[in-house]
Design a protein around this ligand. Structure first.
Ligand SMILES: Nc1ncnc2c1ncn2[C@@H]1O[C@H](COP(=O)(O)OP(=O)(O)O)[C@@H](O)[C@H]1O
Ligand SMILES: [Mg+2]
Length: 490
């Protein structure tokens, strides 16, 4: 693992883990605070609603008390209930209800039968709602137009020898509920028994209070429980959480970026000496390798000349003239290499180069008889330093020759024109490579040869890529290999 990766991982752990813990903590704390804050508001609202209901009930009770005293003094009513003017009794509650500002008013006899109904004249003689006496209750009552909900309270009055019950109330509608919910972020809703309507999923029930409830639409009904619930929308908390998530993601990103930068910066400081040492070792091997490649043709020529001098001394001047070019170009190659290494970086001038000329120079007029060339005419020039190209071809050819392992076979260099490029192929009929060998062939220091450096192909690849070219290999174990270099034509 690289120093940088290791640093990055440790920074990641050191920075991101606390940040994550912090972020999650903030989220939880925020949810807790928001919920707590809501609960305080909800509790306050429940108290206010209770007070409102009590005030409303007191108001109705006061009206009923006033009604009670006026009924006691009403002779016409007394006469009416004793069998006198029944029309007066029937209409009594209608007028009284209007004057008292109520929405519901019943006068019931001692059996609970309606003798006068303010909101629904037709109720006469029916049993009124079975509301508990005193205190508020919710009643679903019938009218000519249909049922409606009322908050009622009751009172009793005794008109000589006959007890009557007064039940009065105000309508509970959506505007009444809205008035109860003063907090714009809270809602108040009524849940009646047998209410199957599911609550809105975005609304959370945060508080509730109960009231006795009587459904008196068909008959007196029984006392059940109705709930006034306080709801809040979960939208605010969700939106807040989304915001926190967003900022949290930004913080993680910034921290990760900072860790990345810090890791790269520190890794260059820490690892430069190590990497520099590697680079120097690399360079030494490369020098050794390049020198060997440059010396090989010279040794061949020298061996050839020695042999000629011994066996056919009179041919020596002629052979010398023949091989002079190879010697000179090898010396040139070594000189340029030396000059380049002197500058400590291989200089590559990107100038126009004739590929065929470099190939001819490299194989040096048939020093190694197994190397053949088939060079296409009229090739365009390529933009690559001639020395670089020579190093590429040298390496590929020497590998190809090595692959023959001293047995019979051929090494062939071909050049041809492609689409906007020049293709140089070095093929051999040598040992070839397995898939596994090919995978490793371009690795630094991978070699299967005794005394090999394992640097040739990695140098070739780097040089080709630096020249904006491409390199491809086809190979088959036991059959041979073909290395194809494509360079952009100028
Ligand atoms: N033409 C080829 N035929 C078969 N094997 C090859 C050929 N060229 C390269 N290889 C394999 O790739 C390895 C690496 O080659 P290279 O990087 O030039 O290093 P070296 O020649 O010093 O071993 C060789 O040792 C050899 O196993
Ligand atoms: Mg090699």
């Amino acid at each position: 693992m690289k120093v940088r990766t290791r640093l990055l991982i440790s920074f990641g752990v050191v920075v991101l883990v606390p940040l994550l813990v912090f972020g999650l903590g903030i989220r939880m704390e925020m949810a807790r605070r928001v919920t707590g804050e809501y609960q305080r508001r909800v509790d306050a609202l429940v108290a206010v609603i209770n007070a409102d209901l009590a005030r409303e009930t007191d108001r109705v009770a006061a009206r009923l008390a006033a009604l009670r005293s006026s009924l006691r003094d009403d002779n016409a009513f007394r006469a009416g209930v004793r069998g006198g003017d029944s029309g007066y009794v029937l209409d009594y509650a209608t007028n009284a209800m209007r004057l008292a500002g109520l929405n519901f008013l019943q006068i019931q006899d001692d059996e609970g039968r309606v003798v006068s109904s303010g909101h629904f004249r037709n109720e006469f003689g029916r049993l009124g709602p079975a509301v508990p006496s005193g205190g508020p209750a919710l009643v679903r009552a019938a009218t000519a137009e249909g049922p409606f909900l009322v908050l009622v309270t009751s009172d009793s009055v005794s008109i000589p020898r006959k007890p009557f019950r007064l039940v009065g109330g105000v309508a509970i509608d959506s505007s009444f509920l809205q008035r109860l919910a003063r907090d714009p972020e809270l809602g108040v809703a009524l849940r009646l028994p047998h209410d199957s309507a599911a609550p809105d999923s975005g609304m959370l029930v945060v508080g509730e209070l109960t009231l006795p409830y009587v459904d008196a639409v068909d008959g007196p009904g029984t006392v059940e429980q109705a709930h006034l619930v306080v709801t809040r929308s979960s939208a605010l908390l969700t939106a807040l959480q989304r915001n926190v998530n967003l900022w949290f993601a930004v913080a993680v990103l910034v921290a990760a970026l900072a860790a990345l930068l810090l890791a790269s910066w520190l890794s260059t400081r820490i690892s430069t000496p190590i990497e520099a040492r590697i680079a120097i070792g690399d360079l030494a091997r490369q020098v050794n390798h390049d020198l060997k490649n440059g010396l090989a043709p010279l040794r061949n020529v020298f061996r050839h000349l020695t042999q000629v001098a011994r066996d056919k001394p009179d041919e020596l001047p002629q052979v010398f003239t023949e091989r002079q070019g190879t010697v000179e170009s090898s010396i040139d190659y070594l000189e340029t290499l030396a000059a380049n290494y002197a500058k400590l970086s291989p200089q590559s001038e990107r100038k126009a180069t004739d590929v065929n000329a470099v190939v001819r120079e490299t194989i040096g007029g048939g020093g190694a008889s197994s190397v053949k060339a088939k060079l296409a005419d009229g090739l365009p020039v390529v933009t690559i330093d001639a020395l670089v190209l020579r190093r590429v071809i040298e390496n590929l050819v020497s590998n190809a020759v090595d692959s023959l392992e001293g047995k019979n076979g051929t090494v062939m260099i071909t050049t041809e024109r492609g689409h906007g490029l020049v293709r140089i192929a070095v093929s051999d009929t040598g040992r070839g490579m397995t898939k596994g060998e090919l995978d490793r062939a371009f690795d630094d220091f991978y070699t299967t040869k005794e005394g090999g450096t394992g640097l040739g192909l990695s140098i070739v690849r780097r040089l080709v890529i630096d020249s904006h070219g491409s390199l491809n290999v086809e190979t088959e174990p036991g059959k041979g290999s073909r290395f194809v270099v494509e360079l952009p034509a100028q």
